[in-house]
Design a protein around this ligand. Structure first.
Ligand code: 3PG
Ligand code: MG
Length: 414
């Protein structure tokens, strides 16, 4: 595998898989273009060298195929809605192909000149895509001279455009883009080269989503802070009364065993000692603060309390490496945002003092952005599910398809 930096794209048509799966509002306007901006350096490298870019992405989870889309079904999933924004960011025209491989599209791709950009229609308008169909992958491969995978957010999907397509390019004609490289360098730094003490902050609603990442973190972290709805399953596992807080009854035994394992491994697990509780799931609910293990019937924990903030802050301030995935409470509601905001501020503060911080997962990234601290942490991952699976220790198909040997994962020299 050639590092993209060393590749000269002069007169080369690069087929670039990006993850432009961005949110749109009702007017079909992009409400967060982070993922698009994150892929620009790769596209610009190709164009600046004198190459052309054929860009492909999935967009949402459409059920329709291309024919019904052309008749008007599920138009909201058309990548056509991304063309003008991409053109604005690249400061040049972007051509659009309303499919991924008709004769017309093939001709369009082949006649691209140096510096030109073509965006393909949503790859998921072909049912073959998510099945990882080989013929579809092979058809996509005919469009470019080289293949670049810059779609970290989709790297956990073994789909035609993320994985199978790579087979149809020689080793020296497929590579990671800059975003993929940066994601891997930063993830590897935390997974294998973390400066200690290493604190993982894990939150969000469900324990079931975080079991595997917790298992893996038990082997590498010194401290694990657990907040959000998932904390109450752990508190109940320890015999606490949690009122009507979120709980996954079928995960209580698992929570118990994770707590035992942590003890065996000398990993400190920090659960919120107190909580902001409410009588219903609403910003207008009656609220009070109480210890997390004596929440009365009829009340539910929706944020970590002041004592928990204090304890978690101390742990964070003593850390040299921080990984954060998942909010501490229902931060979208102002009455339950203080825990997540305080933790975000502490992560930013310790980063300014030289610690390294990686934030990932849709909700924690949204929180960091909401509190305008995105430029005060070390790295923000564009991966949701992909980031989680990478930190679970899994091999991601989109990455494996490009790597030629284990040394191909970029290492951190930071
Ligand atoms: C995401 O946003 O999680 C990625 O773009 C992958 O999308 P998916 O979960 O629909 O496969
Ligand atoms: Mg997803």
């Amino acid at each position: 595998m050639t590092p993209i930096l060393n590749f000269n794209f002069r007169n080369i048509r690069a087929l670039i898989r990006v993850d432009f799966n961005v949110p749109l509002n009702d007017q079909l306007e992009i409400t967060d273009d982070t993922r698009i901006r994150a892929a620009l350096p790769t596209i610009q490298k190709v164009l600046k060298d004198g190459g052309a870019a054929i860009i492909m992405t999935h967009f949402g989870r459409p059920k329709s195929n291309l024919q019904s889309v052309k008749l008007g079904a599920e138009d909201k999933y058309s990548t056509r809605h991304l063309v003008s924004h991409l053109a604005k960011l690249l400061n040049k025209p972007v051509q659009f192909a309303d499919d991924c491989g008709s004769e017309a599209t093939y001709k369009k791709a082949k006649s691209l000149k140096a510096g030109e950009v073509l965006l393909l229609e949503n790859t998921r308008f072909y049912q073959e895509e998510t099945k990882g169909n080989e013929e579809f992958a092979q058809m996509l491969a005919t469009l470019g001279d080289v293949y670049i995978n810059d779609a970290f957010g989709s790297a956990h999907r073994a789909h035609s455009s993320t994985t199978q397509v790579a087979k149809y390019f020689a080793t020296d004609k497929k590579m990671f883009g800059y975003l993929m490289e940066a994601e891997l360098v930063n993830a590897e730094k935390v997974l294998h080269h973390a400066e200690k003490p290493f604190t993982a902050i894990v939150g969000g609603a469900k324990v079931s989503d975080k079991i595997l990442i917790l298992e893996n973190l038990l082997t590498i972290a010194n401290d694990i802070i657990i907040g959000g709805g998932m904390a109450y399953t752990f508190i109940k596992a320890q015999g606490g009364q949690i009122g009507k807080s979120l709980v996954e009854e079928d995960k209580i035994d698992l929570a118990k065993s994770l707590l035992v394992k942590a003890k065996e491994k000398g990993v400190q697990i920090h659960l919120p000692i107190d909580s902001v509780v409410a009588d219903n799931f609403s910003n207008d609910a009656t609220i009070k603060t109480t210890l997390s293990d004596t929440i009365e019937d009829g009340w539910m924990g929706l944020d970590i309390g002041p004592k928990a903030i204090e304890e978690f802050s101390q742990v964070i301030m003593q850390s040299k490496t921080i990984l954060w995935n998942g909010p501490m409470g229902v931060f979208e509601m102002t009455n339950f945002s203080k825990g997540t905001e305080s933790i975000a501020k502490k992560v930013a503060e310790v980063t300014s003092q030289g610690a390294y911080s990686l934030i990932g997962g849709g909700d924690s990234v949204a929180a960091i952005n909401q509190f305008q601290l995105d430029d005060q942490v070390s790295f923000i991952s564009t991966g949701g599910g992909a980031m989680l699976e990478y930190f679970e220790g899994k091999k991601l198909p989109g990455i494996e398809a490009i790597k030629t040997d284990s040394d191909d994962i970029p290492h951190s020299s930071m």
